[in-house]
Design a protein. Structure first.
Length: 261
């Protein structure tokens, strides 16, 4: 009887993974934008048609540094939108623009509870105008993750689900790919691959916590904020007419420099 069962072909269903396929199964992926990480990810990138579960440290907010390059490439290669379900903070538009992610292509949803957030995530995966889904579901049970995995497989969607790490790191999960992000010293992230199709990873991958371009954007914003504060202080000084002329001249020169840049 066992010999008969073992000779029967297993059905080929979306989202069904067979053990013997761990290394040779074809997998559509999106390059992560991090060469060291792509070398460790199965098929060399984030999987399309599968749930990628990312476990985060409390208040770390390191997920954007991990996914931004791939999200930018995904949106630039398609006409769809990216759906953000229940993000804990409002996305920082200048940083997204600097990374190549058009803010107008993002759809942010803040449902009133975890059940509504999971439902919104599932509907987004079914939408043909959506190219990627990012969901913050810290309390989602395995049954919800299993359903999202199946829907992502059926519609070949790019899906990241972000969750807490302390209580969930050792728990079972239906996600074919699980990672844990740990902030290290010297402004680096350590990416631990907790689960992947293939052999276990021996040591974590170190990635920069933020890009050089993002650092430039933040520095430029800080300089503009400082200049505005200085202008406000000048305008409140006793010599107000002269101060107005000084501020006006500064803005004219800045405009001329931008026009000839």
């Amino acid at each position: 009887m066992n010999a008969l069962l073992s000779s029967l072909p297993l059905p080929s269903l979306p989202g069904l993974w067979r053990g013997q396929d761990c290394l040779g199964a074809p997998q559509r992926v999106v390059a992560s934008g991090h060469a060291a990480l792509d070398a460790e990810l199965p098929a060399g990138g984030w999987p399309l048609g599968a749930l990628t579960e990312v476990l985060l440290e409390p208040a770390a907010h390191a997920e954007w540094a991990l996914v931004l390059p791939a999200l930018a490439a995904r949106l630039q290669g398609s006409a769809g939108r990216a759906v953000l379900a229940a993000p804990p903070l409002e996305p920082f538009t200048p940083a997204l623009q600097a990374a190549g992610v058009p803010a107008g292509r993002l759809c942010c949803i803040w449902p009133h509870d975890a059940t509504a957030a999971a439902w919104a995530c599932e509907q987004a995966l079914r939408c043909r105008d959506v190219s990627a889904v990012l969901a913050w579901l810290p309390q989602a049970p395995p049954s919800v993750l299993r359903r999202l995995q199946l829907v992502a497989a059926q519609h070949q969607q790019l899906l990241w689900v972000f969750r807490g790490s302390r209580q969930d790191r050792q728990a079972a999960s239906p996600a074919p790919l699980r990672l844990w992000l740990e902030r290290a010293q010297h402004r680096h992230l350590l990416v631990h691959l907790l689960k992947r199709r293939g052999p276990p990873m021996g040591r974590p991958v170190a990635l920069p916590a933020s890009s050089a371009l993002l650092a430039e954007v933040l520095a430029a914003q800080a300089r503009r904020r400082q200049q505005l504060q200085q202008d406000a202080a000048v305008l409140q000084s006793p010599a107000r007419p002269a101060a107005l002329a000084l501020v006006a001249d500064r803005h004219v020169l800045a405009g001329l420099a931008a026009a000839h840049a």
